[in-house]
Design a protein around this ligand. Structure first.
Ligand SMILES: Cc1cc2nc3c(=O)[nH]c(=O)nc-3n(C[C@H](O)[C@H](O)[C@H](O)COP(=O)(O)OP(=O)(O)OC[C@H]3O[C@@H](n4cnc5c(N)ncnc54)[C@H](O)[C@@H]3O)c2cc1C
Length: 480
């Protein structure tokens, strides 16, 4: 089947009866429920972009198996040009939301592509797992499915591993194996975009390699509508208002959910790793998946930095504060963040190399720097919006105010040096949705944590970056 349209994505959701809970109630239909319908439409709009006749070659490629045109984010890169091509496609998707939808489907498509290309890694002890991964990738690519994922065990007692929790089934674990598959009980946090078609449940917590950790060591993927699978959502940040009042939150609240497995049967053909602690601890790096995911992330970071630079520059221009030195400095700071992200993206492609699986994999050090530095760059960019907007971020009437009899007052008192009142309010409401709303605060938390705990990511850089040549050089220098 060729790349899907938005309508086909929505039809797919309608056909699945998943168990999603919000506000103490089970959601009968995510397509129409107020907490989900707007983000469903936004994801659908991404799929529609694949069918823009002017973008066909930019967004899709010919499937090596079916001959259909499938989404380019599934492409297995063999050359540096392939990586650039994939990045350009991903940029179209992330630009759609100004980088505010971290879970456009390309993010996990890149991961699955890499897992499949390196499937032999998962199949070294059991060749069935390699075959399962390849088949699953092909299925997701050909049906153009949208994936969510969950990696982290519940945040109960971080002083102990999953087996040391008060309840051994708090963290999702294998409770038994049957001739049909494995049975999973327990929970994982946190899956963003529970309106996806399927969920990948992959390892991330580093397991210690003792026998007690084996039940927690697995990788699999199942439909979100699998019996016993429950998504417990936070409250929505989508106020279901107008896009004038809530330009981002009314469109891009992807939702986050804790995932509960109530004795969920995972068929054998969907199991990719089982009981293999060592492989679970290394699968992201050994397959190159982490680099391909980070390549999408740095593309998103570029889009998000460009968006914030645009918002900040329009604000500064509207209220005519551009002549102040510190204002110029703050705008320049955003420029530096943007250029840093662009440079990391280009460096990762320029230094890309064919890996042991035959994939052209972007260089890891610049992507590692990008993923870590954005955890503080993004909160700082949000702070800059607050510092530039000041009280203007609170003087922000709604569409209803503008349509009321107080409109003449608004036109007078909310005008800006270079913008009429309505345009200025529209802009400052956007800045508020980036920098202050519940949606905006969640974006900050997302950027700090979604790729992992920044503290442990830095420890990983410390442990893996080859600093020896520089130590040797300084030692030689000291010897005189
Ligand atoms: C908005 C949002 C969306 C997300 N979406 C997804 C998703 O779609 N899929 C997914 O799988 N995950 C998702 N995540 C989860 C993300 O992967 C985790 O937040 C991240 O890995 C950190 O884990 P944690 O939240 O459990 O923090 P914890 O591990 O509980 O850390 C809490 C605090 O304790 C410290 N700490 C804990 N253990 C250690 C240690 N061993 N050494 C040093 N310090 C430690 C941390 O530094 C931190 O300060 C999302 C997170 C957020 C905030």
């Amino acid at each position: 089947m060729p790349a899907r349209t938005g309508e086909q994505f929505i039809d797919g959701l309608r056909q699945q009866s998943r168990e999603v809970w919000i506000g103490g109630q089970r959601v009968p239909d995510v397509v129409t429920h107020p907490a989900f319908r707007n983000v469903v439409r936004s994801v659908a709009a991404l799929y529609d972009l694949q069918h823009d006749p002017a973008r066909k070659d930019e967004m899709t490629y010919v499937s090596p198996t079916s001959g259909d045109r499938v989404g380019l984010s599934f492409l297995t890169p063999r050359t540096r040009d392939d990586l650039v091509r994939v990045r350009r496609m991903m940029k179209v998707w992330v630009d759609y939301s100004g980088g505010m939808m971290g879970r456009s489907p390309d993010y996990l498509n890149r991961a699955l592509m890499a897992f499949a290309a390196a499937a032999d890694y998962c199949g070294e002890n059991d060749p069935r797992f390699a075959q399962n991964l390849r088949r699953y990738y092909e299925r997701v690519r050909e049906l153009d499915l949208c994936l969510t994922h969950t990696l982290v065990n519940p945040q109960a007692n971080r002083a102990a591993g999953p087996a040391g929790q008060a309840d051994p089934h708090l963290a999702a674990s294998v409770v038994r194996e049957t001739d049909r598959g494995i049975v999973i009980r327990g929970a994982r946090m946190l899956a963003t975009l529970p309106v996806a078609d399927e969920i990948m449940v992959f390892p991330s917590t580093v397991l210690r390699g003792k026998d007690e950790d084996r039940p927690y060591a697995f990788a699999f993927a199942i439909p979100c509508a699998t019996p016993g699978l429950r998504f417990l959502c936070r409250e929505t940040f989508d106020p279901n208002g107008t896009t004038f009042d809530y330009p981002l939150s009314s469109r891009f609240d992807e939702m986050d959910a804790v995932v509960v497995f109530d004795d969920v049967l995972v068929p054998w053909d969907r199991v990719f790793l089982l009981g293999d602690v060592e492989r679970c601890n290394t699968v992201f790096s050994a397959t190159g998946a982490v680099a391909h995911m980070a390549h999408q992330v740095v593309t998103k970071n570029v889009a998000k930095s460009e968006f914030i630079l645009g918002v900040a520059s329009l604000m500064v221009d509207a209220i005519a504060v551009e002549q102040f030195q510190h204002v110029q400095g703050k705008i320049a700071e955003i420029v530096y963040y943007l250029e840093t992200m662009k440079a990391f993206a280009r460096a990762s492609e320029a230094d890309a190399a064919i890996d042991r699986w035959g994939m052209m994999t972007p260089a890891w050090p610049p992507l590692d720097a990008a993923r870590n530095m954005f955890t503080w760059m993004y909160p700082r960019m949000v702070e800059i919006l607050q510092l530039l907007g000041a009280s203007g971020l609170m003087g922000r009437p709604t569409r209803s105010d503008l349509d009321s009899e107080i409109r003449p007052l608004i036109d007078t008192y909310y005008q800006a040096a270079r913008m009429n009142a309505e345009d200025r309010i529209r802009l400052f409401r956007l800045a508020w949705d980036v920098a202050l709303s519940a949606f905006g605060s969640r974006q900050v938390l997302y950027e700090r944590f979604f790729f992992g705990d920044p503290v442990r990511m830095q420890m990983a850089t410390f442990g893996s970056y080859d600093r020896q040549p520089y130590m040797d050089r300084v030692r030689d220098f000291l010897k005189g």
